[in-house]
Design a binder for this molecule. Structure first.
Ligand code: NAP
Length: 537
């Protein structure tokens, strides 16, 4: 068993940052990565049209000003291949690969109370021992695949957007189905529509979307961002979502309809996700939200030619941004093409897959390729997949049977020396995840420095503090409209999953202050022990 200071699970953005930081502190670290390349979700989600809907300059590491200065983003919203090139560049530039074991899936991790160390086992039988277990497994990395009668009989190719095949998928001359109209389905639709002979999009819930307003980055823009990068980062860290947008302090209800229209128009044309901050109460008040939802519905309706299709594609039944909206590049316009068809599965559910395609209650469709853009077992899927055994033989699965509980979204009582990066109970998917990732890893690094300085061997969340944090997360969520819709924020995406609101909606800046206060006050809500609890008299 190779003795290490830390084992990090996952070589995506979080895992690479954790490796770089901990290694820089002189720690012996190994990263276990299940797939055969680095990049996490950006390695796997290689579907046509995949791009980030956070601006490139903000969806990037801030830890190295040299890296910031040397990397040249080509578009305002980077494509998946460009982001993957960036991640690989980082892995090479900081010589990270030598500490990464690819093709190594963690099967289990067991905490040894006497030594205050984790024994980490890979599926292939290899084992590591480490003081710290750092879970960097992503929030949207365990795919959700529907199972329809006859699915195995289908003679064409079935692909999930989240594990896109490495071979080139040829759409020319093909009849293609996309099931699902979240961000993934909405991004791939216009691209596949341009290539395929025929495309059918199966929609269950119509989704809100804001135009990306993507554009190439000019040399002048690049120069300006790089000259002011520090300020830009500070703005992101101090903004509610980590995107750099500060909410308009006005209420949507305190201005005239004409004024509101102007503000929404400007936000629509430029801000992508920032649209939700056009007024401060869009996510807090239903009447305020209605004004934004109404504007978006009109915008969407205006670009769809067919009245029947238009009626189906315009979102209704949930508040704008109560479920994750999309940022698209021509999704709705794609339905004006003669080769694109919308199939409403609420109206005509899928009955079965046939060898030739899909049979709904309305008709029989013939396909060569069926794409599941059906999403993920969000937040907890990848954390609960391996067997994680904490104090007294308790598993994380058992502890989270009624839903995830964490102290500050980073740590779980009964699982000492384990850190979850961007876990449930942290801003995670309600934030620019790059900001949240770096924030939490820096917090962990400071904690470990303190442990080293004071010869502390074990940190552990206090169960009472954990309950308080969960209560606080729920209180903050109740102030918003998030609880008014079924979504992956609250476990509704997987049948039988506990219905618990998982991300922290108190904002990136507020969360940052809480983490900093906790550290400044000597890690309140945590126990720091010079000897493992199990060996204390
Ligand atoms: P998603 O948002 O969870 O959407 C899944 C879609 O599949 C929904 O339309 C859902 O319908 C539908 N669906 C699921 N099961 C179905 C079934 N059995 N029959 C019919 N429809 C079904 O998943 P996603 O689009 O992959 O996106 C997940 C998240 O990944 C995004 O919200 C975002 O956070 C991230 N993402 C980001 C980017 C980016 O940065 N550009 C791109 C892609 C994804 P219902 O709504 O009715 O459940």
């Amino acid at each position: 068993m190779e003795p290490l200071d830390a084992v990090i699970i996952g070589a995506g953005f979080a895992g690479l940052r954790a490796l770089h930081t901990l290694r820089g502190m002189g720690k012996r670290v190994r990263v276990l990565e299940a797939s055969d390349g680095v990049g996490g979700v950006w390695y796997h989600n290689a579907y046509p049209g995949a791009r980030c809907d956070v601006e490139s300059y903000d969806y990037s590491y801030s830890f190295s000003s040299e890296l910031e200065q040397e990397w040249r983003w080509s578009e305002r919203y980077a494509t998946q291949p460009e982001i993957l090139r960036y991640i690989n560049h980082v892995a090479d530039r900081f010589d990270l690969r030598r500490d990464i074991s690819l093709n190594t899936r963690m099967a289990s991790a067991v905490y040894d109370e006497a030594s205050a160390r984790w024994a980490i086992h890979a599926e292939d039988g290899r084992t590591w021992s480490a003081q710290f277990l750092v879970m960097c497994v992503g929030q949207l990395s365990t795919t959700k695949r529907p199972s329809y009668p006859g699915q195995d009989q289908f003679q064409g190719e079935i692909i999930h957007s989240g594990v896109w095949p490495k071979h080139k998928v040829e759409f020319t001359g093909k009849r293609v189905a996309i099931i699902g109209t979240g961000s993934s389905g909405m991004q791939m639709t216009p691209v596949i529509a341009r290539e395929a002979q025929h495309l059918t999009v199966f929609q269950r819930t119509a989704n809100y979307s804001i135009p990306a307003a993507n554009a190439p980055v000019t040399d002048e823009e690049d120069r300006q961002v790089k000259a002011n990068y520090k300020t830009r980062r500070e703005q992101a860290w101090n903004s509610p979502t980590g995107l750099g947008f500060m909410p308009n302090r006005q209420s949507a209800l305190d201005v005239s309809p004409e004024e509101r229209e102007k503000v929404y128009e400007a936000a629509w044309n430029r801000y992508g996700f920032g649209f939700a901050l056009a007024y401060h109460d869009i996510l807090l008040s239903k009447p305020a939200n209605d004004t934004a939802a109404d504007f978006i519905r009109r915008k969407i309706a205006a670009v769809i030619d067919d009245p029947v299709v238009r009626e189906k594609l315009v979102p209704k039944g949930h508040a704008f941004a109560a479920r994750r909206p999309s940022v698209d590049s021509g999704y709705f316009q794609a339905f004006n093409r003669p080769n694109v068809e919308l199939a409403d599965v609420r109206e005509s559910p899928i009955v079965e897959f046939t060898p030739e395609g899909i049979r709904t209650t309305a008709k029989e469709h013939r396909f060569d390729i069926i794409i599941f853009a059906t999403g993920f077992d969000a937040f907890t899927g990848s954390l609960l997949r391996p067997e994680i055994v904490g104090r007294s033989g308790q598993t994380l699965k058992a502890k989270w049977a009624a839903g995830p509980v964490t102290q500050l979204g980073v740590s779980v009582a009964g699982f000492p020396n384990m850190l979850i990066v961007v876990g449930p109970g942290s801003p995670s998917l309600l934030s620019n995840v790059m900001v949240s990732t770096e924030e939490q890893i820096d917090w962990l690094a400071a904690l470990i420095r303190r442990m080293d300085a004071e010869q502390i061997v074990e940190f552990e969340a206090d169960p009472q503090a954990e309950q308080e944090w969960v209560r606080h997360v729920n209180e903050r969520a109740k102030e918003t409209l998030y609880l008014t819709a079924d979504s992956y924020y609250n476990g509704a995406e997987v049948a039988g999953k506990p219905r618990v609101f998982m991300p922290y909606s108190g904002g990136v800046r507020g969360y940052r202050r809480i983490l900093q206060k906790c550290a400044a006050e000597g890690y309140t809500g945590f126990h720091l022990r010079a000897r493992p609890a199990a060996r204390q008299a």
